[in-house]
Design a protein around this ligand. Structure first.
Ligand code: SF4
Length: 371
């Protein structure tokens, strides 16, 4: 099948929500840089059919940072991590709500409450429920609340739902075949089971992947199809942030073009899911970030869990400049601050390593958050 036949078949299927074949998904990843704009345009047709020109903004609040007993090799919070990240235990509900409110004021319509660890105790769930209830009381239904606390035990999803949580995030990260290469303390089936528990407990399942960890095209396609099979509502696509002090330090295997092809493949497989440009976009998409908005319909505003993103104002300006609109937004888009692009990785040649800025502001610090 030639490239134009491939893309028109993928668009037709995308509009009908008919799954592509595995071969078609692999073929998207194998397209050349010469074909990049055609791939983006085709994925853009599917994106616009389901989501118009809307961009959903999500805001991360790291409730508990570092000191995790698990050994996920990509994670700056893992057992034995030497990454010089902020480490702190549970934020008090008022501090968590204050951090979340900064994101909401910046335009976010979903707040993601995240804690490091293998999974929450029932006491931890109660603690998070206090924050969820406080956010629900303050914002009603104008803001969605997602929890991301690790592997769930029986009844925990239901308790979060009863407190007012809308969604639960637990990423599959990579294929079942490659999972043992990135973690030995839990496995792929543990993660998939938590996604199922979240759905069964009444929470909207959010689950995604990380690209750039040494996986093959087959692994990326397998994890995308696994996410489709789990019927997840939102799919964060992360690009590895190779923190110094972790086993994957120094791994820079993505180009901006490949990052776009990966997003397009995910869009063609999970056609009507919220595809979210997640961690690492500034480092890997760099100056091609606006093109990714034609494929994905969602991103994280501001900072990540343990690293800093470009400024929230630069995010809003990028969305407006690219001709998209913030979902539910009343936030006026203005020009970015003069130094807003300084931390976006702009201007670096493709494939170059750019420094990872460890987060030093927002939750767990006395400095204001980036939103
Ligand atoms: S379980 Fe979560 S916080 Fe812990 S090492 Fe793995 S990804 Fe990091």
């Amino acid at each position: 099948m030639d490239r134009m036949d491939l893309l028109s078949a993928l668009v037709d299927k995308g509009l009908r929500r008919e799954p592509p074949t595995r071969a078609e998904a692999l073929a998207v990843l194998a397209t050349s840089d010469d074909d990049l704009l055609e791939v983006v345009a085709a994925a853009g047709r599917v994106r616009r059919a389901w989501f118009g020109r809307r961009v959903k903004l999500n805001y991360l609040v790291n409730l508990k940072s570092g000191l995790c007993p698990e050994d996920c090799s990509y994670c700056s919070q893992r057992l034995g991590s030497k990454a010089e990240i902020l480490t702190y235990t549970w934020l008090k509900p008022d501090a968590a709500v204050a951090a979340a409110n900064a994101g909401v004021a910046g335009g976010a319509r979903r707040v993601c409450l995240v804690a490091s660890g293998r999974g929450p105790t029932d006491r931890d769930v109660e603690r998070v429920c206090e924050t969820v209830s406080a956010l629900r009381a303050e914002h009603g239904t104008a803001v969605e609340v997602c929890a991301c606390l690790g592997l769930l035990s029986d009844g925990q999803a239901e308790r979060l739902r009863a407190a007012g949580a809308n969604a639960y995030n637990h990423n599959l990260n990579t294929s079942q075949a490659a999972y043992a290469d990135i973690c030995t303390t839990h496995d792929f089936t543990d993660r998939a089971e938590t996604v199922r528990r979240a759905r069964a407990g009444g929470l909207s399942p959010c689950s995604g992947l990380i690209a750039g960890m040494g996986e093959s095209d087959e692994d990326l396609v397998d994890v995308a199809f696994a996410l489709r099979e789990l019927e997840v509502d939102s799919v964060p696509v992360n690009f590895l942030i190779p923190f110094d002090g972790t086993p994957l330090a120094g791994r820079w295997e993505l180009t901006p073009q490949r990052a776009l092809r990966i997003l397009a493949m995910v869009r063609f497989v999970c056609q009507d899911a919220e595809v979210r440009i997640a961690g690492g976009r500034e480092l890997h998409l760099r100056t091609l970030q606006p093109l990714a908005l034609h494929i994905a319909n969602s991103l994280f505003l501001g900072d990540y869990l343990t690293s800093e993103g470009q400024s929230g104002r630069a995010d809003l300006a990028m969305i407006a400049d690219a001709g998209f609109e913030v979902e539910g937004g009343t936030v006026p888009a203005g020009p970015p601050e003069p130094d807003a692009d300084a931390d976006a990785g702009g201007g670096e040649p493709a494939g170059a390593a750019v420094p990872v800025a460890v987060r030093r502001r927002g939750a767990g610090t006395t400095l204001p958050p980036n939103a």
